[in-house]
Each structure stands twice: as structure tokens, then as C-alpha cells.
Ligand binder design. Structure first.
Ligand SMILES: [Fe+2]
Length: 238
């Protein structure tokens, strides 16, 4: 089963789909590529919006989308989550669980685009160990270049986290090489399109998956599918 673990398909909530027409086109493209479950993960920035307001906006965008799907016969399953950007002392934040995927214990975490520090490590560890959330690190390939010192990077990846790679990583030589290294490791991996629109950031899961499969092997792709399925198992559509 093809699962797009990371997308910005909900209309008018972030820098992703601007309206329902775009959302419909994005979902039709996902279906064309064989995707059966799309995780709708709009950006959440704690410095910009409260959890309450974010969830209200997401609910309204999701309901509009569901209605459109019913009217147009789009049968894709959509799970609502968030791409939660790291903030200091996040490990102690009480409302993180409200931002998980479909009310499950799975949190898509966007890490700092900077050198990761001990404080970042401590927060991720608290989210995993104290808050008992399953952390998925969004588009891991995008942070690597910032880690001049790899000690915290290594510590974070030694936590029981899942790595999410963007399918578009195959289009960039360095990022493709990085992704293949990750796939050689034993880390749990899931894939996402991180699609925002139909032009510069299109749904591209099938193409990226195919390239990675050619290099990493069908059994690694099977494991990606199994890991993604296990993560969405406790998530409800709502
Ligand atoms: Fe994203």
C-alpha cells in the first residue's frame, strides 16, 4: 500500500494548496500514482499560532476537502496530522499529543535547519521517552548539510525514531546519495512527497520510490511500506 507520509494538500491553511481546486488536482495526481493514504501535514509553528487555532483551521480545511471528495468521487483516505517545527523546550510542551497523526502517538517533527544542539537532542529524547510519542523526523535529507558536528545528529538518530525522506531527494545528487546511505542502514524509513502545489513542489511519490527501489532493492521498499503502515495503523480519519 502506497502511503504519502507528508503533504500540504489541505486548502488555505499554510503555504501548500491555496484552494479546493488545487487540493482536488493534488489528490487526483496522488491517486494516479497509486497512493492510497495521504497524511495531510500542514505546517505548525508554535511561535505563530496556538494549538487550538491550528486545529480549528485544520478541521475546517479537512471538512471542505471531505465534502469535495464526496462530490467528486475521490476515494483516497486522508489522515490529518501536522508538520510540527521544533521549538525550544518542546520536550515539555503539554499539547504535542493534539498534533499527532489522526489522534495516534505519531508526531511528524520538523527539525532546525541549523546545527543541532544538545538542547535539541534533550527535547527529542523527552518527546520519545517522557511523552511516549513515536517521532518521525520530517525530510531528514534537508538537515544534513547543517551538521558540521555530527555528534548530536548521531545521538538523535540513535533514539527510536523513524526517518521520513522526501521523494524529491532523488533529483539532487547529494541528497540521493544521502538517502541511499540511510536506506543501507537499519533505520526505519517512510517516504513523503511533501507536495505543496502542482508546479514547483508536485506530488512525486511514485517516481522517487521507483528510483530508490532500483538502487536500494525491492525488499527495502517493502520494509518502508510496512513501517509506514504500522505508523498509520492507530490513526483515525477525522
Ligand atoms: Fe512539509
Amino acid at each position: 500500500m502506497l502511503i504519502d507520509f507528508h503533504s500540504h494538500i489541505l486548502p488555505g491553511i499554510d503555504d501548500g494548496s491555496p484552494d479546493l481546486d488545487c487540493t482536488e488536482a493534488l489528490l487526483r495526481e496522488e491517486i494516479r500514482q497509486g497512493v492510497e493514504i495521504v497524511c495531510a501535514t500542514p505546517h505548525f509553528y508554535a511561535s505563530h499560532v496556538s494549538v487550538h487555532d491550528f486545529l480549528a483551521c485544520r478541521k475546517a480545511a479537512y471538512q471542505k476537502t471531505r465534502l469535495m471528495c464526496a462530490e467528486t468521487g475521490i476515494g483516497l483516505r486522508i489522515l490529518c496530522g501536522a508538520e510540527v517545527y521544533y521549538f525550544p523546550r518542546m520536550g515539555d510542551a503539554e499539547k504535542l499529543r493534539e498534533l499527532t497523526l489522526g489522534g495516534s502517538d505519531v508526531l511528524l517533527l520538523e527539525m532546525p535547519f541549523a546545527q543541532w544542539t544538545e538542547d535539541v537532542y534533550r527535547d527529542v529524547r523527552k518527546i520519545v521517552e517522557k511523552q511516549r510519542l513515536r517521532v518521525v523526523l520530517a525530510h531528514l535529507e534537508r538537515y544534513f548539510a547543517f551538521q558540521k558536528n555530527k555528534r548530536v545528529w548521531t545521538d538523535v538518530l540513535n533514539l527510536p525514531v523513524t526517518v521520513q525522506l522526501n521523494a524529491c531527494c532523488v533529483e539532487d545528487r547529494k541528497k540521493r546519495k544521502f538517502a541511499l546511505k540511510v536506506l543501507e542502514s537499519d533505520l526505519p524509513v517512510v517516504l513523503g512527497s511533501d507536495c505543496h502545489n502542482l508546479t514547483s513542489r508536485r506530488p512525486n511519490l511514485a517516481a522517487g520510490r521507483e528510483v530508490l527501489g532500483q538502487k536500494a532493492g525491492a525488499s527495502r521498499i517493502d520494509r518502508i511500506d510496512a513501517d509506514a503502515l504500522a505508523l498509520v495503523a492507530g490513526a483515525a480519519s477525522s
